[in-house]
Design a protein around this ligand. Sequence first.
Ligand code: ZN
Length: 496
Amino acid sequence: MSDYTRYTELLSEIADISYATALLHWDLETYMPKNGHARRAQQIGTLSKLAHEKLVDPELKKLVDGLLADLPKEKKQARNIELTARDLKRKTLFDAKFVEETSRATSEAFYHWQEAKKANDFSIYAPYLQKVIDLKRKEAGIVGFEDHPYDALCDEYEPDCTVEKLDRLFDGVKNDLKPLLDAIKAKPQVNDSFMDQYFNHNNQWDFGIEVLKDMGYDFDGGRQDLSSHPFTINFGAKDVRVTTRVSEETFNEMLWSCIHEGGHALYEQGLPDSDYGLPSGSAVGLGIHESQSRLWENNVGRSLAFWEWKFARLKEIFPTQFEGVSAMDFFKAMNKVEPSLIRVNADELTYHFHILIRYEIEKAIMEEKLNAADLPSAWNAKYKEYLGVDVPSDSQGVLQDIHWSHGSIGYFPTYSIGSFYAAQFHAAAEKQIGTLDPNDARPYLKNLLGWLRENIHQYGRQYGSDELSERITGEPLNAKYFMDYAQKKYGVIYWV
Ligand code: ZN
């Protein structure tokens, strides 16, 4: 057996364990009875430990080192080896003491974050968050960086992400989106009152399934279930599941999460099953993953053309709720722009200011200009500056997100990166496949999925984000496409 074949076998075994663990997670979030919790945590813990042991096994390291010194001739194989070497290096950077310290600090921070949020008292959380911050600063030092300590952290979520690139993107948010937002605020608000009324659970659910089918989601290689927070999870490319949640009091929730998670799932279903467990069979990074969900949710699912086609069908299901409502009214309502306090409920435009604020705060934390105790006042000042809103309480402010308690500093920007890539990829796709026909969207949806499969999905991690973007669009990530898309979209909504 060649060394490369043995390497693929070992990675395949690690994937088996990781996907079995993922299935336990899926069950825990969907169907597990309440009393299963304690043993389930133990089972997941044991399997995670096994996967980690296999990953840092000297046999794998020796194989990868050998193959790295004498790279396979085939390009994809060589790239797999380089990426695995890079993954292994990051996994073995931290000694057991540091890993244990981090795991304890984040568990304690998570617990106290929940308590602080309930009590609306940031001081309960502050000392525990400070511990996490100290460890993240230490982590950046261990990982190493050239220009900015933040680079060492964001790179874990979006490979090759740097402060220099992020500053450029968020300058676009400040210089281009801020004037657009101010102009919209001066216009009369759109009417979205018909979105908040009674919408039967089963009818919403069935419509969500129908739209997933329209998108090309393969129910022979997946399924949808209910969970308290929607997510996508996969056990290889042949079994990719999504979840959603349904509120009967509004139409503004379930369908968008269906389309969003459906976009994530189409990416996973499009990865090559023959490269199971290998980098070439895995997603590039969080930014590209999020580009797929947001392209389907925003660029397609919140477009006028799509609803000029689909709204008649929706009206058949909810005739009283949408009586007298046109496709244009519905399009305007689903895209209403309104500065608000909570990121996860924000519209597509103001969303990026929520991310900008978190990014600026995280950067200042890593520059040691801010510490945990300074965060509430820094947070509130920035919400006033960028969104013009007063934060009434820390629960609705600095305490709203779970991320920092987990130590996920450097994660937030991937959400904006995803939207910006989505606009750039979608513009490139439309150049080749044309635009959606409001009389019949089906050919377009089929072509779009084909285009994504051919240009993005089939390659797995063979190309990094920048390289992938250059191959498809002729340039690396450029926020200009999102700015153009936003100008056009909100022009129709607020200026016509
Ligand atoms: Zn997502």
